[in-house]
Design a protein around this ligand. Structure first.
Ligand SMILES: [Zn+2]
Length: 102
């Protein structure tokens, strides 16, 4: 009894697999449009209080701002999105960046 059941299940699985294979080209064609909807994360750099150091911030379109604890001072600063990391950069570049808030 269980053998018959298994056989049926396998047949269904095979059918599903074939169906998935056939559906794949259509899904692939749809992919670029989907990617445009959820656009790649925009990375922005903000000046930190310590000279030469910047914070890497991912700008989410619907983000309300995030606070992060600064590694260089006892305060926390506000940025427009989730923090992705800190980066040391050349002073000339760093001076051009916008300063973090707060
Ligand atoms: Zn700071």
């Amino acid at each position: 009894m269980s053998a018959t059941r298994n056989k049926t299940r396998r047949a269904v699985a095979r059918r599903l697999a074939r169906g998935a294979k056939r559906a794949r080209p259509a899904a692939a064609a749809k992919l670029p449009a989907k990617r445009a909807v959820n656009a790649p994360p925009q990375i922005v750099l903000y000046r930190l209080c310590k000279p030469g150091w910047a914070v890497t911030v991912e700008r989410a379109p619907n983000a309300q701002g995030t606070r992060f604890v600064c590694p260089f001072c006892p305060l926390s600063h506000r940025v427009p999105g989730p923090v992705r990391g800190f980066r040391k950069m050349r002073r000339a570049q760093w001076v051009k960046l916008r300063h973090v808030e707060g």
